[in-house]
Design a protein around this ligand. Structure first.
Ligand code: SAM
Length: 237
């Protein structure tokens, strides 16, 4: 893979919007660059990709315009759909609330599943649904720094355009081990990338697991506890 060819420049990205702050942009680019470094620049050309909880569709937009994929965009918030369409003319765009079991009646060559698990209560069901729709799920989320394979912390998200959609604004941060066990139980395998190249602003991927959350009583767990500790996986299923 040529590094020059694989670089996704800021100038190639669509115009500013609510998902176009400096941190969002850096975060999007770093994750895209990571995907290109793993798969190569041409891997997704001509392939079908589903981007879930896509915000305004910037990451999927790069898959279309730079990597040559056919991208279908799903997002839970109706208010984001016009922006996704404006950023991705002619693309298939629809509303999907991942809090509920979902089935689209078709499969994709790859699924982008970024930044939404921690906005869901029913995160295990949603992970299973995603794995049923593709042999390749690229998955990232905030997690709890816990060594327990069953630890999941529920917390109240702040309200906001990029936060939880459910009425009560509840989200979940499972431990990385919990997520990995679910992947295996669903019949998948995974590679995890604890890579500093993914870091952007408060979003950190190369932190060492300490199990510190195992020491925090649930009643003291808040939205801000461990904010920013994330993990990134390539799942094969
Ligand atoms: C933190 S943003 C991440 C955006 C983008 N995926 C990324 O990683 O850059 C979370 C996104 O998930 C969406 N979202 C929140 N709850 C959702 C749900 N239950 N179903 C689908 N999308 C949801 C939000 O509207 C928002 O676009």
């Amino acid at each position: 893979m040529s590094t020059a060819k694989s670089t996704i420049h800021h100038s190639q990205l669509p115009p500013a919007d609510r998902f176009r702050t400096p941190v969002y942009t850096k975060w999007q680019i770093n994750r895209l660059e990571k995907i290109v470094s793993i798969f190569g620049f041409d891997y997704f050309r001509g392939k079908t990709v589903l981007e879930l909880a896509c915000g305004h569709g910037h990451i999927g937009g790069q898959f279309r315009t730079v990597l040559g994929a056919t991208v279908v965009f799903a997002e839970g918030r109706a208010e984001h759909l016009p922006y996704i369409r404006a950023n991705n003319p002619g693309a298939d765009v629809f509303q999907l609330n991942q809090e509920f079991e979902w089935s689209l009646g078709r499969r994709f060559d790859a699924i982008i599943h970024f930044g939404v698990t921690y906005h869901l209560v029913n995160w295990q069901q949603d992970l299973r649904c995603a794995m049923e729709h593709s042999g390749l799920v690229i998955y990232e989320t905030e997690v709890t720094d816990s060594l327990s394979p069953t630890q999941v912390r529920r917390f109240k998200d702040p309200q906001g355009f990029d936060q939880a959609l459910n009425d009560a604004s509840w989200g979940s941060r499972p431990s990385a081990k919990f997520i990995e066990n679910e992947i295996v139980q669903n019949g998948g395998t995974f590679v995890r990338y604890d890579d500093s190249a993914l870091n952007a602003g408060a979003h950190i991927y190369d932190w060492p697991e300490t199990g510190s959350a195992d020491q925090i009583p649930d009643e003291n767990y808040s939205y801000k506890t461990e904010l920013g500790k994330r993990r990134f996986w390539v799942i094969r299923c």
